[in-house]
Design a protein around this ligand. Structure first.
Ligand SMILES: [Zn+2]
Length: 190
């Protein structure tokens, strides 16, 4: 029996929809929080077949000064440490934005069974949005992909974050006004 046929007979288990919806709600709230700390608002959680969290994370590239600080990689590392294993065929990675090529590559390496994402990313998404790394002939592992869970909310969260950031950059570029300029916009609420 070939590997393809085996995969068809035993597709990765997907937690039921209400569980995924609840986790997506939670991740959107978490993403909103890190967005207020200057990070692009993205959050991810790795779930086992019963919908229990093995690891989760949010973007921490700015705060950690770490180019690998994407939400998916933070969640993967935490899950691998908790499980003492690097294989996640039976697991679902849920993330608010379609993974970039770096994260999609890591998810393939980790043999993640399923990826569920909120907003598709037609510019940099690597699970079908811009390119499809998992479906590429070079890939040794095929991920089951489900996009568009809470898509409108996930997309709107990102769009309003980028809109705020562009406005902030414009304000900083403006020379100080006659009364000493505008006060700094406050990103941080803590
Ligand atoms: Zn990424």
């Amino acid at each position: 029996m070939g590997v393809e046929l085996l995969l068809q007979l035993h597709p990765p288990a997907l937690p039921p929809d209400p569980v995924l919806e609840a986790w997506m709600d939670r991740m959107l709230r978490r993403a909103e929080r890190v967005g207020r700390h200057g990070e692009i608002p993205v959050a991810a959680v790795l779930l086992d077949a019963r919908g229990r969290a093995l690891g989760w994370g949010s973007n921490r590239r700015e705060r950690a000064g770490d180019p690998l600080g994407h939400a998916e990689l933070v969640a993967l590392r935490q899950a691998a440490a908790a499980r003492g294993d690097w294989r996640f065929n039976d697991c679902t990675l849920l993330v608010t934005l379609e993974p970039c090529p770096m994260c999609a590559g890591a998810l393939i390496q980790a043999r993640v069974g399923t990826v569920v994402f909120g907003a598709p990313d037609p510019k940099r998404g690597a699970l079908g949005g811009c390119l499809d790394l998992s479906g590429d002939p070079s890939s040794h592992h095929r991920i089951q992909v489900m996009g568009g869970l809470r898509e409108a909310e996930a997309r709107q969260q990102l769009e309003s974050w980028f809109r705020r950031r562009r406005a902030e950059v414009r304000r900083r570029r403006q020379p100080p006004g006659p009364k000493g300029g505008r006060p700094e916009a406050r990103w941080r609420t803590d």
